[in-house]
Design a binder for this molecule. Structure first.
Ligand code: NAP
Ligand code: MN
Length: 264
C-alpha cells in the first residue's frame, strides 16, 4: 500500500513523521506523494485540512488519519506515543473507513462563463472587503432573506466544532449529511431583518448567496483565504464527494467533543 505523511513542519512533527515513515517502510509499505492510499497528518487539525486539500481530487482513493503533536484535535485524534500501534494497524490492511460529508462551493463571476468549484472540510466564510456584507440568501431557489452584517459561515458537520461554534452554531454529528448557515453579527432593526438563528440544510437544499451592491468579497475555504472580485453568486450545498477517514478503533464523535471542550 502507498502512503504519504503531511507534517505541520515544526521540529516535533518532523521527527515524528520521519519515525512513522521509516516504521511503515520496514513493513514494506511504499512512500508515494502522488497517489497515496493513506495520508497520515502529523500536527493539528489545520495540518489535516492541508492534507485534505492536497488530495481533495482523490476522494475515492485516499483515506486520512491524524496524529496530534499538540492538543487533541477533531481530525487529529492519535497521540504521539501511540504511533507504533497505529503503524501496525496501517500495515495490517484492509482498514475500516468512515466517511464524513463535505461542503461544495461554486463561485460564479460577472462577465465570466467559467465558475470556480471548491470543497471544504470545515467551512466557507464570506465577508465584505469594505463595509457591511449585504447579500440576498436563496434557499432551494426561493428568496429567504436579505442579510446585512459582518459575514456568513457555511459549515460541514465535522466543521461545526470550528468557526461555526464560535458563531453560536450547533454542533452536528457527521452522520448528518447537511450544511449549516451561521450569521456573523447581523444587523437587525425595523429596516433590516434576518432570521437570527443558524439554519441546518439537508442534502440537495442549495443555499445561494447573491450580492446586493458590493461584488468583491473575502472568501475563506477552510484555511485558504481567497479574494473574489465581481462575484455573481456563491452556491453552497452538501457535496457528492465525502472525505474518508481510516478508523482503527472507535472514538465516538461526542466523546471527542467532550474531551476537546469539557474535560478529558
Ligand atoms: P487556526 O487558526 O490554527 O485554527 C483555529 C483553531 O481551530 C485551531 O485550534 C484548530 O486546531 C481548530 N480547528 C480546526 N478545525 C477544527 C474542527 N473541525 N473542530 C474543532 N476545532 C478545529 O487555523 P487552521 O489550523 O488553519 O484552521 C482553519 C480553521 O480555523 C478554519 O477552518 C476555521 O474553522 C477556524 N477558524 C476559527 C475561527 C474562530 O473560532 N473564531 C476564526 C477563523 C478560523 P489546531 O490547532 O489543531 O490546528
Ligand atoms: Mn491550526
Amino acid at each position: 500500500m502507498k502512503f504519504n505523511i503531511q507534517s505541520r513542519g515544526d521540529n516535533d512533527s518532523n521527527i515524528l513523521s520521519q519515525k512513522i515513515k521509516s516504521y511503515l517502510q520496514e513493513f514494506h509499505l511504499e512512500y508515494d506523494e502522488k497517489e497515496p492510499e493513506i495520508v497520515i497528518s502529523v500536527g493539528g487539525d489545520g495540518t489535516l485540512l492541508e492534507a485534505f486539500h492536497q488530495y481533495a481530487h482523490r476522494s475515492q482513493e485516499t483515506s486520512f488519519v491524524g496524529v496530534h503533536t499538540g492538543h487533541l484535535g477533531f481530525y487529529a485524534d492519535w497521540k504521539p506515543d501511540e504511533v507504533e500501534k497505529l503503524v501496525i494497524h496501517i500495515a495490517k490492511t484492509p482498514f475500516k473507513i468512515v466517511e464524513y460529508p463535505l461542503l461544495e462551493v461554486i463561485i460564479r463571476h460577472n462577465n465570466d462563463q467559467k465558475s470556480e468549484r471548491f470543497l471544504a472540510l470545515n467551512e466557507c466564510s464570506v465577508k465584505s472587503m469594505e463595509g457591511s456584507l449585504v447579500m440576498d440568501i436563496e434557499i432551494k431557489g426561493d428568496h429567504f432573506e436579505t442579510f446585512r452584517g459582518d459575514g456568513l459561515c457555511l459549515s460541514t458537520p465535522s466543521g461545526s466544532t470550528a468557526y461555526n461554534k464560535a458563531l453560536g452554531g450547533a454542533i452536528l454529528h457527521p452522520s448528518l449529511a447537511s450544511i449549516q448557515l451561521a450569521e456573523m453579527a447581523s444587523i437587525n432593526n425595523r429596516v433590516y431583518r434576518t432570521i437570527g438563528s443558524p439554519l441546518v440544510l439537508p442534502q440537495h437544499h442549495t443555499c445561494m448567496l447573491k450580492p446586493k451592491n458590493n461584488v468583491d468579497f473575502q472568501v475563506t475555504v477552510d484555511h485558504l483565504n481567497l479574494v473574489q472580485k465581481q462575484v455573481k453568486s456563491i452556491q453552497c450545498r452538501v457535496a457528492e464527494e465525502r472525505i474518508r477517514f481510516a478508523r482503527f478503533r472507535p472514538f465516538p464523535f461526542w466523546k471527542r467533543v467532550k474531551e476537546s471542550f469539557i474535560a478529558e
